[in-house]
Design a protein around this ligand. Structure first.
Ligand code: PEP
Ligand code: MN
Length: 264
């Protein structure tokens, strides 16, 4: 069901009124890696809104490599995201790590993110296929593009057609960047599938100064949306500070991406 043979026309996934992936616009999804406090997420939301971003993304449930690292605010984080939506009107994207969390995320968010580490959690994929909410499915760090499409298939097979794919880089031998951001995934997915694909150069590179050039390249390559991390004070972020844009960098990036999107 994810293939072009199954469906020739591009799928447009609308996560909130007017916020469409796969159509003519290129939505820009941004926010901090983690929801940290009311002030932090409201400030972030206002910055995303003021810069012309499309949706707010912040994690309430965080898949951290270490169990001792900040794990997210959980339900309280979701409540803060809902507050930010009320204040700014931005659509909300946030990650669910398990079935229990997915029920909660579905209550509060407009789109459920499935993280790279859970791309092959097939029971979770099936479960989010039943919740009636759009799903943003990130590519696993050791997954092929075909693996990603097969994972999308699990969601689609449960009757949920609203899947947005996300390229976020894969692991390789080179430690110059956190991951190897696979720009080719965009045209490859467009050839193989009707589903929209967004690019996440933040996790794709792990380095703030690499995010802007790769975001520009992704839009030029036809990405159906961009996901970048931005923090009001990246140096104080509880997660992924090194790859989070400063607010001014984000505002400039939005303008550049709009120009590129119009030119192609
Ligand atoms: C995230 O989006 O903050 C995240 C943990 O990403 P990924 O699942 O791609 O590592
Ligand atoms: Mn992150």
């Amino acid at each position: 069901q994810a293939s072009r043979e199954w469906k020739g026309d591009n799928t447009i996934v609308e996560i909130a009124p007017g916020v469409r992936f796969g159509g003519d616009e290129v939505p820009i999804v941004s926010g901090p890696c983690s929801v940290e406090s009311e002030e932090q997420i409201l400030t972030s939301a206002r910055l995303v809104r003021a810069a012309g971003g499309t949706a707010l993304r912040g994690g309430a449930f965080k898949p951290r490599s270490s169990p001792y690292a900040f794990q997210g605010l959980g339900k309280q984080g979701l409540e803060l995201l809902a507050l930010a939506r009320r204040e700014t009107g931005l659509a909300i994207v946030t990650e669910a790590m398990d079935e229990r969390g997915a029920d909660l995320v579905a209550e509060y968010a407009d789109c459920i993110q499935i993280g790279a580490r859970n791309m092959q959690n097939y029971s979770l994929l099936r479960y989010v296929g039943t919740l009636g909410k759009p799903v943003m499915l990130k590519r696993g760090m050791a997954a092929t593009i075909n693996d990603l499409l097969l994972s999308a298939e699990y969601v689609l097979a449960e009757g949920n057609p609203n899947v947005i794919l996300c390229e976020r880089g894969v692991r390789t031998f080179d430690s110059a960047t956190r991951n190897l951001f696979d720009l080719t995934a965009i045209p490859v997915v467009h050839k193989l599938s009707h589903l929209p694909i967004v690019a996440d150069p933040s996790h794709g590179t792990g380095l703030r100064d690499k995010v802007t050039p790769m975001a520009r390249a992704a839009v030029a390559a036809g990405a159906d949306g961009i996901l970048v991390e931005m923090h009001p004070q990246p140096d104080k972020a509880l997660s992924d500070g090194a790859q989070s844009l400063y607010p001014e960098q984000f505002a400039e990036l939005v303008l550049q991406l709009r120009t590129i999107a119009q030119a192609i």
